[in-house]
Design a protein around this ligand. Structure first.
Ligand code: AR6
Length: 181
């Protein structure tokens, strides 16, 4: 990862790691690790739909799905977060099917939507590292790298929170971030 000390210093305060349930985050937007149909599913997607209520599915049905690597936005309905950014991570198929680029694209698209909407805080789950099977360390490097590349040249989102659910992801994120800052 090639980063200038100046850029790192500038964004240090804008990146946080937390452990817990993303549906409880009081932020402008939470990111959902969805699938291309946007019709809900298991994992964090299921939890977000349950917490947001049935209007979220209705809003998703009005959208024409979402391709892998892209992102779309809906209101958060009953969630504490005002908005949900739905992104579709790649299914891990051994690493030679553009998985890394597609995962980076998910983070970039979510960050761009947050920029356009002038969001203060946006919370990300560890996209693709559950049901979709992306190796956790590699996914964390991609997530952190993409955020670090984006923030210095964008005023929004003001803060990115990586919300880890499982202990393994939480330790990985803490380790990578403490080695950087
Ligand atoms: N809060 C934060 N993170 C969570 C939560 C939660 N409440 N629940 C799970 N995670 P996954 P994927 C973490 O499987 O791999 C769905 O069926 C989990 O520990 O939710 O991108 C979709 O509809 C893991 O680290 O998403 C798709 O079909 C991370 O969230 C498919 O799963 C992502 O795990 C997407 O698979």
């Amino acid at each position: 990862m090639i980063l200038s000390m100046e850029n790192l210093e500038k964004i240090k305060e804008r990146i946080e790691v937390a452990q817990g349930d993303i549906t409880r985050c009081e932020v402008d937007a939470i990111v959902n690790a969805a699938n291309t149909s946007l019709r809900g599913g298991g994992g964090v997607d299921g939890a977000i739909h349950r917490a947001a209520g049935p209007l979220l599915l209705e809003a998703c049905k009005k959208l024409d799905g979402c391709p892998t690597g892209d992102a779309v936005i809906t209101p958060g309905f009953n969630l504490k977060a005002r908005w949900v950014i739905h992104t579709v991570g790649p299914v891990w198929r051994g690493g030679k099917h553009d998985e890394a680029h597609l995962l980076a694209s998910c983070y970039r698209k979510c960050l761009s939507l947050s920029f356009e909407n002038k969001f203060g805080q946006v919370a990300f789950p560890n996209i693709s590292t559950g049901i979709y099977g992306f190796p956790k360390k590699d996914a964390a490097q991609i997530a952190i790298h993409t955020v670090i590349q984006f923030l210095p040249s964008h005023e929004f989102p003001q803060k990115v929170i990586f919300v880890c659910y499982d202990n393994e992801n939480y330790s990985i994120y803490q380790e990578i971030l403490s080695s950087l800052f």
